[in-house]
Design a protein around this ligand. Structure first.
Ligand SMILES: *Cc1c(COP(=O)(O)O)cnc(C)c1O
Ligand code: SF4
Length: 351
């Protein structure tokens, strides 16, 4: 996962001279000015750091990283804020539970090439970078050995082995860009990658899995949208929001820029204890998404990653929540409740 090392590399790719400084896009400035410690974030939110049970060891394994725009959607003074809980490094992460592992979904066994995973027919997933626009404490890739093959800012040539593998397998019709988060790449680098993908004749669809439009909505630039729309590939977006409070006006505007350009946007949510494990919270989230023409695609059962045990909601409760939501929302606004199980041919549908 984005180690401090990777994050600092990201920043070092910026031009150092002042003249260029003013030209840095707003979204990159948001990455630069993000909160990087519990201390800073708690001070900003007027919550008492000592009450929060912060863990330095947890931050060492996976540093806190929260852009200010996302933090501004948290409620000042609320130590149990559902957005804060997703990003704060707390002592509960140190609890050791043998059921919660470093590689919970068996990704290390699914490599086609460095950074390229295939678990399911017809589609492969490219980890384009280890960097994200926010660090989510429950992330199943928080222990992923990104450093072994990924560095943002490096030449696009690093994707070559993965692209060669896609090119040589004509059964792959869809490529998922994931990470980390593909939208922390600059437009230039993304454009280079997309162009290489467009040159693989059997690829039909490009799917971008990203939390950046939710965290840093200014990332959805006109240039990015134009590049995607001009692609010969069918482009699909899958964003990641877990709580209605994440969907502020700027976020809804950024999603609308994609949708208005004809790009379908789906959302995935992770079911998280203390964040969205109530019918009311999920109903609000899915209603806001539906109102924004974003389809609630998946509700994920938490992957059992080491350090995230305190976020787990029992599957039985998840099924009850989905059943209740079916009585309250239109069918399309209730996502499939799924679990990732190593070795299965598709995600397992729980409800
Ligand atoms: C979840 C996932 C996909 C996408 O699955 P869909 O059901 O098509 O959304 C593809 N590859 C990997 C490795 C995945 O984990
Ligand atoms: S944005 Fe996605 S990949 Fe990055 S830390 Fe959050 S859940 Fe993990």
């Amino acid at each position: 996962m984005p180690s401090p090392l990777l994050q600092s590399k990201l920043l070092r790719t910026e031009k150092p001279n002042l003249e260029m400084e003013v030209e840095i896009p707003i979204w990159q400035q948001e990455i630069k000015t993000a909160f990087r410690s519990a201390d800073e974030l708690c001070r900003f939110l007027n919550v008492d750091l000592d009450e929060m049970g912060i863990s330095a060891a947890a931050a060492k394994q996976f540093p806190l990283f929260v852009p200010r725009g996302f933090a501004s959607r948290m409620e000042s003074g609320n130590s149990t804020d559902p957005l804060l809980r997703q990003v704060l490094n707390v002592a509960q992460e140190e609890v050791v539970d043998a059921q919660f592992k470093v590689d919970p979904v068996g990704e290390s066994q699914a490599d086609l090439a460095p950074g390229l995973l295939q678990k399911y027919a017809g589609r492969a997933l490219l980890i384009v970078t280890g960097v994200c626009a926010v660090h989510c404490r429950y992330c199943f890739r928080r222990h992923f050995p990104y450093q072994s093959f990924q560095q943002i800012g490096a030449a696009a040539g690093r994707w070559q082995p993965a692209l060669d593998a896609v090119r040589s397998d004509e059964s792959i019709h869809e490529l998922l860009l994931s990470g980390g988060d593909p939208l922390v790449l600059t437009d230039d680098l993304l454009t280079e990658l997309i162009t290489m993908l467009e040159n693989i004749p059997h690829l039909k669809r490009l799917r971008i899995h990203t939390r950046t439009p939710i965290v840093i909505p200014s990332r959805v630039t006109e240039a990015l949208v134009n590049r995607l729309v001009s692609s010969r590939l069918a482009v699909w977006f899958v964003v990641h929001a877990n709580h209605g409070n994440e969907l502020g006006t700027e976020v809804l505007d950024s999603l609308n820029r994609l949708i208005a350009a004809g790009i379908p946007v789906l959302n995935q949510t992770v079911l998280l204890k203390g964040v969205n494990d109530s019918c009311e919270a999920l109903e609000e989230l899915f209603t806001k998404l539906a109102d924004a023409s974003v389809l609630p695609y998946y509700l994920h059962q938490l992957d059992r990653v080491a350090g995230a045990a305190h976020f787990e909601v029992p599957i039985e409760i998840g099924k009850q929540l989905i059943a209740q939501l079916r009585t309250r929302l239109p069918g399309y606004a209730v996502p499939r409740y799924v679990q990732e199980r190593p070795g299965e041919l598709a995600k397992t549908i729980l409800g």
